[in-house]
Design a protein around this ligand. Structure first.
Ligand code: PEP
Ligand code: MN
Length: 337
């Protein structure tokens, strides 16, 4: 149930609505917008007539939430969610740039990466310390040692850190070192992990599963929101289709689709989306033009020797060039970079 309060509704009126929702067995989530406060009630919607809320003082409008996801739906925060973490803001006017290697490989490598992406204008350093690899014989990441190197490198260049969490048991460890926790495509439906992340009060970047529909993806986001962690950004990273000329099929159309259905910021990852560095730049440009709130891009000082995902990692000069192009595209769609 979505209850939109009048502009200027008093705290007492808001509390009366919350109390009534609770009485009727709803779990109440509050979204305080610039103009309206919206109360999202998750509970026995079918059994309750929205009109009874519309009759209450201070209520502008009340309706049932028809989508299976409730708190992720656009109506819960019509103006759109802006996630603020330190100097970073995702979902506002500025397009957020997150870049770095697929994996932390060594202290020297990650320090070089941090310098490269910071100089090019990125705000967040990305790199995995725990890697979900298709083969158990591939490089699995440096673990906690890698997280320490990642933090040091980011701090040396004034960057925030995003890194992948693969399992519920790792949430505390990753959160101790990273500013944003990434849920990988393979874990989009790891519900124990999502429930653990719902208790966290740090932003989560939720990648779309390899074969997930937009609705399944939003329902996964709902797991995190329903526990009270409202800082969720969604990341389109390509889906598996019959097409084999790219590693995955980058679903650019998912960006405007999700932005219409949900208030959550949308980030695009053209590196995993295409799997080839020659296709990363055009897809990154397309994503910003399509309304992405941020980009997650793999960049490596020596991609040919990368321990993971070298083929899709941009060379430093390619990344700087991309950023310059993105400035123009962002301006053309009313954004900044
Ligand atoms: C990654 O970002 O390096 C990664 C493993 O991504 P995905 O989960 O999208 O494959
Ligand atoms: Mn990767």
């Amino acid at each position: 149930m979505l209850v939109v309060m009048e502009q200027g509704a008093t705290e007492e009126q808001i509390q009366n609505v919350i109390d009534r929702l609770v009485e009727l067995d709803f779990n109440v989530h509050r979204s305080t917008g610039v103009v309206h406060t919206v109360l999202g009630g998750v509970g026995p919607e079918e059994a309750v007539d929205p009109v009874q809320f519309e009759m209450m003082d201070g209520v502008k409008h009340c309706q049932r939430i028809m989508s299976p996801y409730k708190l992720a739906s656009r109506g819960f925060n019509p103006a759109g969610t802006v996630i603020e973490q330190g100097r970073l803001s995702v979902g506002g006017e500025k397009v957020a740039l997150m870049a770095g290697p697929c994996s932390v490989e060594s202290r020297d490598q990650i320090l070089r990466c941090a310098e490269i992406v910071a100089n090019a204008g990125a705000a967040v350093l990305r790199a995995g310390a725990f890697k979900p690899r298709t083969s158990p014989y591939s490089f699995q990441g440096l673990g906690e040692e890698g997280l320490v190197m990642l933090r040091e490198a980011a701090d040396a260049h004034g960057l925030l850190v995003i890194s992948e969490v693969m399992d519920a048991s790792q949430v505390g460890l990753i959160a101790a070192h990273a500013d944003i926790l990434q849920v990988g495509a393979r874990n989009m439906q790891n519900y124990n992990l999502l429930k653990e992340l719902s208790k966290l009060r740090k932003p989560v970047l939720l990648k779309r599963g390899l074969a997930a529909t937009v609705e399944e993806w939003l329902l996964s986001a709902e797991y995190i929101l329903s526990g009270g962690n409202y800082s969720v950004m969604l990341c389109e990273r390509g889906i598996r289709t019959f097409e084999s000329s790219t590693r995955h099929t980058m679903d650019i159309s998912a960006i405007p689709v999700v932005k219409k259905l949900s208030h959550l910021p949308v980030v695009a990852d053209p590196s995993h989306g295409t799997g080839r560095r020659d296709h990363v730049t055009p897809m990154a440009r397309a994503a910003v033009a399509a309304g992405a709130d941020g980009l997650l891009v793999e960049v490596h000082p020596d991609p040919d020797r990368a321990l993971s995902d070298g083929a899709q990692s941009l060379r430093p000069e390619q990344f700087s060039e991309l950023v310059e192009q993105l400035r123009m595209i962002a301006a053309a769609v009313g954004r900044t970079l």
